[in-house]
Design a protein around this ligand. Structure first.
Ligand code: GLY
Length: 426
């Protein structure tokens, strides 16, 4: 197979790395890719942006590409799958309508309600006055979500009614989110721990990958602003504790809806879950692989990723048996000190000798490889994934290997997976 991967983050490097291990894959192209995909075996970067659907289609035509794998959310929301499928290509990724589970939070919540999934109570509004009136009459309603994609900034978790009013002013008066804020959700605030489950879907069935936990806050102890994700690990003890409920109340109804045709989805359905008061609530859907969840999950995959993704496009996922390493993995993301306020650019990255390849894997994100030199080019620069028999072994492998990486103003969280390791030790 010749595969074209669209995207340039750590997720896409992990996808190329895993696809390159497959016997059935002869060549991978990554558009536009990063400094890691530039050096990955069987892989070549292309100077084509993720939104240049014409150029992607033309390249796929003239290079007999067998499968196109879409990484990021924006092109999916813009209909990249529809466009490329219409041009005759096989695409791993949802159509624009299917990806609405990610690009419209109102649609996502309505789908959760329709499928009777456990989810926080909510109401939808298109004006400030009614929304504020509702929040004033309901002390629990303290989460404000804008409907559309908002660069990860569209969810405002408020502590007080004053905070809600400020959030509503920024959306409706100052139009801080543009069209994305035309409709909003006011939702019950839940307090608890989150986990994510990435599920492969072929339109009729789903297969869940091992549950994973991201660390969204910038600093240790879950402090500071939200980020794209500062690290992730798998397996998640919290999932093991609530496995039966999650399987029965979340995964089974989604699988049923897919098989009955009342839900249409092909690609990766990313299910964000928050456990509060012993109930696993569905918090959000994404319509793509998570980042950095993918960098944690794929190194544990023993099956062939290329065959699994192709089965999703062929509607034959039920014939695929996904096998996973029984150990643990943990990915720590290295960023520039000023992230998420600003990105790191042009800083030279040095990577010393890394230990045994079976125990660690370095995934590039915001990097460029040119003239044998790797430089920074983004907020999240690299992720180091450690593997081990246990979470603590995976953690120590990741953190030890990260000492071999350096660039000016490099920073990372020192507590990825720490809470889970503490809970396992109790
Ligand atoms: N790590 C969260 C996401 O990919 O959306």
């Amino acid at each position: 197979m010749k595969i074209l991967v669209v995207g340039n983050g750590g997720r896409e490097h992990a996808l190329c790395w895993k696809l390159a291990q497959s016997q059935v894959v002869s060549k991978i192209f990554c558009a536009p890719g990063n400094g890691g995909t530039a050096q990955e075996q069987k892989t070549k970067n292309l100077n084509i942006g993720v939104n240049d659907f014409d150029a992607l289609s033309e390249f796929a035509n003239s290079n007999e590409i067998d499968l196109i794998v879409i990484g990021p959310d924006n092109p999916l929301a813009d209909g990249i799958t529809d466009y490329l499928e219409k041009s005759g290509h096989k695409v791993f990724g949802p159509t624009k309508e299917q990806a609405k589970l990610e690009w419209s939070k109102v649609h996502a919540k309505e789908t959760m309600r329709r499928l009777s999934l456990p989810t926080a109570n909510f109401e939808v509004f298109d004006n400030k006055e009614k929304a504020l009136e509702y929040a004033k009459s309901n002390d629990l309603a303290r989460v404000v979500k804008v409907d559309g994609l908002a660069l990860g900034k569209g969810v405002m978790v408020c502590d007080s009614i004053d905070d809600v009013e400020q959030a509503l002013s920024s959306i409706f008066d100052r139009k801080a989110f543009g069209d994305a804020g035309q409709k909003i959700i006011i939702e019950q605030k839940l307090t608890g721990e989150e986990l994510s489950i990435l599920c492969l879907c072929d339109g009729k069935t789903l297969k869940a990958m091992p549950a994973c936990q991201d660390h969204k806050r910038r600093f240790d102890g879950d402090k500071g602003p939200n980020t794209g994700g500062m690290g992730a690990y798998t397996p998640v003890p919290l999932y093991d504790k609530y496995k039966k409920q999650i399987d029965e109340q979340v995964l089974a109804p989604i699988n049923r809806a897919l098989s009955e045709g009342t839900l249409s989805f092909k690609g990766v359905l990313f299910i964000g879950i928050l456990v509060a008061d012993d109930i696993p609530y569905v918090l959000e859907f994404n319509a793509r692989f998570g980042d950095p969840e993918t960098q944690a999950v794929l190194p544990r995959m023993k099956s062939c990723l290329a065959k699994a993704l192709k089965a999703c496009t062929d509607g034959t996922l039920d014939k695929v048996n996904l096998e996973w390493d029984q150990g643990a993995s943990l990915c720590v993301v290295a960023v520039g000190k000023a992230y998420p306020e600003s990105s790191s650019k042009g800083e030279k990255i040095t990577v010393g000798e890394l230990p045994d390849n079976d125990k660690v894997q370095l995934f590039h994100a915001g990097t460029i490889y040119k003239d044998n030199t790797v430089t920074t080019n983004g907020g999240r620069v690299m992720g180091m994934t450690g593997l081990g028999k246990s979470l603590s072994e995976a953690s120590s492998n990741a953190y030890k290997a990260l000492e071999s990486v350096s660039f000016n103003d490099m920073d990372y969280r020192k507590d990825i997976g720490a809470k889970a390791m503490r809970s396992l030790a109790q």
